[in-house]
Design a protein around this ligand. Structure first.
Ligand SMILES: [Zn+2]
Length: 93
């Protein structure tokens, strides 16, 4: 018999001093960190992977309009603007 033991850490501060704290609407386990007092999800489901984000941003950089990208990929204009702002902030550093 093979037993695997996985140690979860707080995604905010990295502390192991966490306790279970219910589930989300989708059934994901939530936790409470006793050190930084944050409430978060253990394994959040990411809607878009980094490669998918890069692909969509590349389409935007090829001079497609915001609404055009929204129509093609089905992504909201607000999310797209957030990604563009983050990319600009990263490139300025
Ligand atoms: Zn923490």
């Amino acid at each position: 018999m093979i037993k695997e033991e996985k140690i979860y850490k707080c995604t905010h501060c990295g502390s192991e001093n966490i306790v279970k704290n219910g589930t989300t609407v989708k059934g994901q386990q939530k936790f409470h960190c006793k050190d930084c007092h944050s409430y978060r999800t253990l394994n959040p489901i990411l809607k878009y992977t980094q490669e998918r984000k890069d692909e969509i941003l590349k389409a935007y950089e090829e001079r497609a309009s915001l609404r055009g990208v929204h129509r093609i990929f089905g992504i909201s204009v607000t999310s797209l603007l957030d990604w563009i702002k983050k990319r600009v902030q990263i490139s300025r550093i």
